[in-house]
Ligand binder design. Structure first.
Ligand SMILES: O=C(O)[C@H](O)COP(=O)(O)O
Ligand SMILES: [Mn+2]
Ligand SMILES: [Mn+2]
Length: 550
């Protein structure tokens, strides 16, 4: 059993250590684009002056992504925070597996998928997020797989394209369509194969729901990709242009579903004998559609007859559940998480958020495993089902109520929570709503401080990556805001590359904490920080604590 050593000089605080993750609240570089700065945040401002304060890297190689041009995201962020080390993440691992050829080795799942379609003269399908955002997927991976499939003699491939606009600029879909159509023209040019786009739709409309928030999205995706039911177009470009004309201002992520037809029939329904690859490497938004393909019985919606296909995910999405059964790349082996260490030490732990980020604080935090350790309690507050810009406080007040109650109950020694507002509302591009969202988080933090002042205990407040701190498109060359014809800035919906704050506030001073000299700290340092504030020595291979205690 893995164990933590006690710290001889500090036995832990009287009250709990509370780790508050303010999702998507980073430290902006450009005041005009920084809607954290433009919001009223008296509590965070006070903490910056009076608590221990430093800044942490939350993107690129600091969180296991291929390079520093990659923005952080919730998966890699919560993995790093919960596991105290930096693992090469999905985006890196898939890239390497393709480059080295390991993904295509003989006897691999890839091999099986290819043999299936060659033996049965059936179709190879790819479903996934159609961008190079590198959060859930990367179009480079899709193109590499299609090239390989052609080389191995696969005659017919169909692509089911989930339109992004959330990890990439909000109305950039046609750039990806154009790039991919050029690719398809090249690959189809010698007439030996027939590869084309078969269906798709906005990622927040079909297929990519998470944490069981809205299974109707998955039903719509199933009807579109599998049954090829829906509005028909001659091309993806025509579909997008039509939808934009019909609803000016619509964001890519919300675009309706479409089915591509040729000679009056859909080009790519998924039928018995086909192989299907879900090419997203990230699991949260892949688990439900995977269940729809794999489960013998499905109660969440009526699938109709389930086609008998060979289904594989790009990665294993859940290590505890062993889902999916077949996958192309082995995920990072994230072990010895902070939750496991604390559980073995008998520390009672509460994890809490609302539906949209509930799995972040549980499944991602525990290294993409859905199992609970013995001393953990998990609380999920149901999220609203309306668009987040319409109710930007989301469930921040309810989360705070539950956290304050948990602090006062004295039942837990470690409480971890996620406020989703800065991120979920940041993704809508609605900057007025973002201000309300950030202010709701600040008020929540204020109430947690008050509770900790009464009971003892220590606040560690940080974020998994930025978003609300960089809400406007900036010109890459000049660094100035990109303005439209009416002089209005263009909203940016994706995460930022900015650092995030790390605040350690011990109202009673019982931990005698001071900032340690840690070169280039990142969010992975938060795990050891919490462990040291709880009165233990962090595991030796965790990246170090941000504080010295005792
Ligand atoms: O899935 C999403 O909503 C976005 O791609 C990334 O946001 P998250 O990493 O904050 O969940
Ligand atoms: Mn996040
Ligand atoms: Mn996000």
């Amino acid at each position: 059993m893995i164990e933590l050593k006690k710290n001889k000089d500090f036995a832990g605080p009287n009250g709990p250590v509370v780790l508050a993750i303010m999702d998507g609240i980073g430290i902006g570089k450009n005041p005009e684009s920084d809607f954290v700065l433009q919001s009223a945040t008296p509590n965070l401002d006070w903490l910056r002056e009076h608590a221990l304060y430093t800044e942490l890297r939350a993107h690129g190689v600091a969180v296991g992504l291929p390079d520093d041009g990659d923005m952080g995201n919730s998966e890699v962020g919560h993995n790093a925070i919960g596991c105290g080390r930096v693992f090469s993440q999905g985006a890196s691992l898939v890239g390497k597996a393709i480059e080295s050829g390991a993904m295509f080795a003989s006897g691999s799942v890839w091999d099986e998928l290819i043999r299936n379609v060659i033996n049965k003269e059936s179709t190879l399908h790819f479903i996934g997020l159609f961008s190079d955002g590198n959060v859930h997927s990367n179009l480079n991976h899709l193109e590499a797989m299609l090239r390989k499939a052609k080389g191995q003699g696969v005659k017919k491939a169909r692509i089911h394209a989930l339109i992004d606009g959330r990890d990439v600029p909000p109305t950039s879909a046609l750039e990806y369509v154009e790039r991919f159509e050029t690719f398809l023209n090249e690959i189809n040019a010698d007439g030996s194969v027939d590869y084309c786009i078969a269906s798709g739709g906005g990622r927040m409309n079909i297929t990519m729901d998470r944490y069981n928030a809205n299974w109707d999205m998955v039903r719509r995706g199933w009807d579109t990709h599998v049954k090829a039911e829906g509005r028909r177009f001659a091309s993806m470009k025509e579909a997008i242009e039509t939808f934009r004309k019909e609803k000016p201002g619509i964001l890519d992520q919300d675009l309706p579903a479409f089915v591509i037809e040729r000679n009056g029939a859909p080009v790519g329904p998924i039928v018995d004998g086909d192989s299907v690859i879900f090419f997203n490497f990230r699991g949260d938004r892949a688990l439900e559609i995977t269940k729809a393909f794999e489960a013998d019985e499905l109660t969440e919606f009526d699938r109709g007859p389930k086609p008998d296909v060979l289904y594989a995910g790009m990665m294993q999405y859940d290590g505890d559940l062993g889902v999916p059964e077949h996958y192309l790349v082995t995920p990072p082996a994230i072990d010895r998480t902070m939750s496991e260490y604390l559980s073995n030490a008998g520390i009672k732990q509460l994890a809490i958020s609302e539906t949209q980020k509930f799995g972040h604080m549980t499944y991602f935090f525990n290294g993409n495993n859905s199992g609970k350790f013995p001393t953990e309690t998990w609380v999920e507050i149901p999220s609203d089902s309306c668009p987040f810009e319409e109710a930007p406080r989301m469930k921040a007040d309810e989360i705070t109520d539950a956290v304050v109650q948990a602090i006062e109950s004295g039942e837990y020694q470690f409480i971890r929570l996620n406020y989703p507002n800065g991120d979920m509302v940041g993704h809508t591009g609605d900057v007025n709503a973002v201000k309300v969202a950030v202010e709701a988080v600040d008020q929540g933090v204020g109430r947690i401080i008050e509770a900790l002042k009464k009971t003892g205990g220590i606040l560690v407040c940080s974020a998994d990556h930025g978003n609300a701190d960089d809400m406007c498109e900036l010109d890459k060359k000049t660094g100035k805001l990109v303005l439209d014809d009416e002089g209005k800035f263009k909203p940016k919906t994706a995460h930022s590359l900015n650092p995030v704050p790390a605040i350690i506030y011990d109202p009673s001073g019982e931990a005698h904490a001071s900032l340690a000299d840690v070169p280039n700290p990142g969010i992975a340092n938060l795990a050891a920080t919490c462990i040291s504030l709880l009165g233990f020595e962090p595991p030796e291979d965790y990246v170090p604590s941000l504080v010295k205690v005792g």
